[in-house]
Ligand binder design. Structure first.
Ligand SMILES: *Cc1c(COP(=O)(O)O)cnc(C)c1O
Length: 361
C-alpha cells in the first residue's frame, strides 16, 4: 500500500520550475525567482553574504528584532554597518532613510524588513524604495510577514532582493522560502569574491547551475512535501484571488483594533497606517499571564504574549493565513475579554462593524 506522504515520485525539474513561476506571479515580478529549501533566514543570509563584503557599507534599518540579525551578518561579512533604528511601535520614514543615505554616500546595500510579525509594524517600502533607487544601493527586503497580507510589488518598488516565506499570510508550509533577484543583484554577487559558492547559502550556484542552464538540472533532490505544500498554498491564494486575501488580512487588523479599543486596550502601534495587517499587537501589561488566561478560556484563539522582553508589555493577535477571518478575530477578542474579566459583547460588535466597513466586508 502506498503511503501518501512517503511514497511520492521525485519532483521533476519542470514541476519545480512551474512552482517558481507561480511564486513570480504572486510577487508580480519579472526577475528571477529562486526557491530555497529552508526557512526564510536561509535566503536572507544568502543575500547578505553575497551582497556585502569588506569595503562595502550597508544601511541596516532596524524596526524590529530581525534587523539586529541582519546587522550581525553584515558585520560578520566585514561590511561597515550604519544602523538606522526606530522604536518598534512605529515605522521608519522614507525621509529618515534618505537622510541616512545622504549622510553616508558610500552606502551600497540597504536591508529593510517590510512588516514585522513580532512587533506588528509595517514600513512604507514604495517611498523608501524611491530613495534607495535614487542613491543606487542594492535593496534587500524581508517580506516574510507582508507577502499575501498587504500589497507587495518588488519590481515597481525597486527591490533587488525580495525574500518571502510561506508560513505566515500565505498559509503555507514552514521550511521553504523564496527570493526574487534582480539583474543588478546577480552582477553584484558575481563580482564579490566573498559571495558563497558551492555552499547551501549560495544563490549564485542556483544562477549558474539552474537558471543559466535553462532550468533543466536541479542542484539537489527537491523536498517534495514542502514543494507540493508550497504549490498548494499558491494555488489556494490564486483561487481566492490575492486582492481578496490581502483584504481579509486588512479586515482582520481593523476588526482586532476596533474590538480591542472597545475593551479599553490600546494598540501597540498607535498609528493604524503603521500597523501590519499580518498581526495586531496590543499594549497589555503582564501579557504572559493574560495570554495564558485567554488561552485557558479558548485554546484555539490565535493570540500570544510578545516574545522576549515584549512579554511584559505586549500581546499579539496572529490573524494570518487561514485565521485572517472574522471568526478567529472574534475568538481572540472573546478570549481576551475573558482574561480581563470583561463582557465581550461591545468588543465583538465593534469588530463586526469594522469588518463590515472594510473592503472584505
Ligand atoms: C517570521 C519571520 C521571519 C522568519 O521566517 P523563518 O521562515 O521562520 O526563518 C523573518 N522575517 C520576518 C519579518 C518574519 O516575520
Amino acid at each position: 500500500m502506498t503511503h501518501p506522504l512517503l511514497d511520492l515520485p521525485p519532483l521533476t525539474a519542470e514541476h519545480f520550475a512551474s512552482i517558481e513561476r507561480k511564486v513570480a506571479d504572486l510577487l508580480h515580478t519579472r526577475q528571477d525567482v529562486v526557491i530555497t529549501q529552508g526557512e526564510a533566514l536561509l535566503p536572507l543570509e544568502g543575500c547578505v553574504r553575497a551582497g556585502s563584503r569588506p569595503g562595502s557599507t550597508a544601511l541596516n534599518v532596524v524596526t524590529g528584532p530581525y534587523g539586529n540579525t541582519f546587522g550581525n551578518w553584515l558585520r560578520d561579512c566585514g561590511a561597515e554597518v550604519v544602523d538606522l533604528a526606530v522604536p518598534f511601535d512605529t515605522a521608519v520614514t522614507a525621509e529618515q532613510v534618505a537622510g541616512a543615505l545622504e549622510e553616508h554616500p558610500e552606502i551600497d546595500f540597504v536591508s529593510l524588513v517590510h512588516a514585522e510579525a513580532a512587533t506588528g509594524n509595517t514600513n512604507p517600502v514604495a517611498e523608501i524604495g524611491e530613495a534607495v533607487r535614487a542613491h543606487g544601493a542594492l535593496f534587500m527586503l524581508d517580506a516574510v510577514a507582508s507577502v499575501a497580507a498587504e500589497p507587495l510589488l518588488p519590481d515597481a518598488w525597486g527591490v533587488d532582493l525580495c525574500v518571502i516565506g510561506a508560513q505566515k499570510a500565505m498559509g503555507g508550509p514552514a521550511g521553504v522560502s523564496a527570493v526574487s533577484v534582480s539583474q543588478r543583484a546577480w552582477e553584484r554577487f558575481a563580482e564579490n569574491p566573498a559571495a558563497p559558492r558551492r555552499s547551501y547559502l549560495s544563490l549564485l550556484d542556483w544562477k549558474e547551475r539552474w537558471i543559466d542552464g535553462g532550468r533543466t538540472a536541479l542542484l539537489h533532490a527537491p523536498a517534495q512535501l514542502e514543494m507540493l505544500a508550497l504549490e498548494a498554498c499558491l494555488d489556494r491564494i490564486a483561487a481566492e484571488g490575492l486582492p481578496a486575501v490581502t483584504a481579509r488580512h486588512a479586515a482582520a487588523a481593523a476588526a482586532t483594533r476596533a474590538g480591542a479599543a472597545a475593551l479599553g486596550v490600546s494598540p501597540y502601534v498607535a498609528r493604524a497606517a503603521e500597523a501590519a495587517p499580518v498581526a495586531t499587537t496590543l499594549r497589555v501589561a503582564d501579557a504572559s499571564p493574560v495570554a495564558a488566561k485567554a488561552l485557558a478560556a479558548d485554546p484555539s484563539a490565535p493570540l500570544a504574549a510578545g516574545g522576549g522582553a515584549l512579554a511584559g508589555e505586549m500581546l499579539r493577535v496572529n490573524h494570518y493565513g487561514p485565521v485572517a477571518s472574522r471568526e478567529a478575530v472574534r475568538a481572540a477578542l472573546a478570549a481576551l475579554a475573558a482574561a480581563l474579566s470583561r463582557d465581550p459583547a461591545e468588543a465583538l460588535a465593534a469588530a463586526d462593524e469594522a469588518w463590515a466597513q472594510s473592503p472584505a466586508g
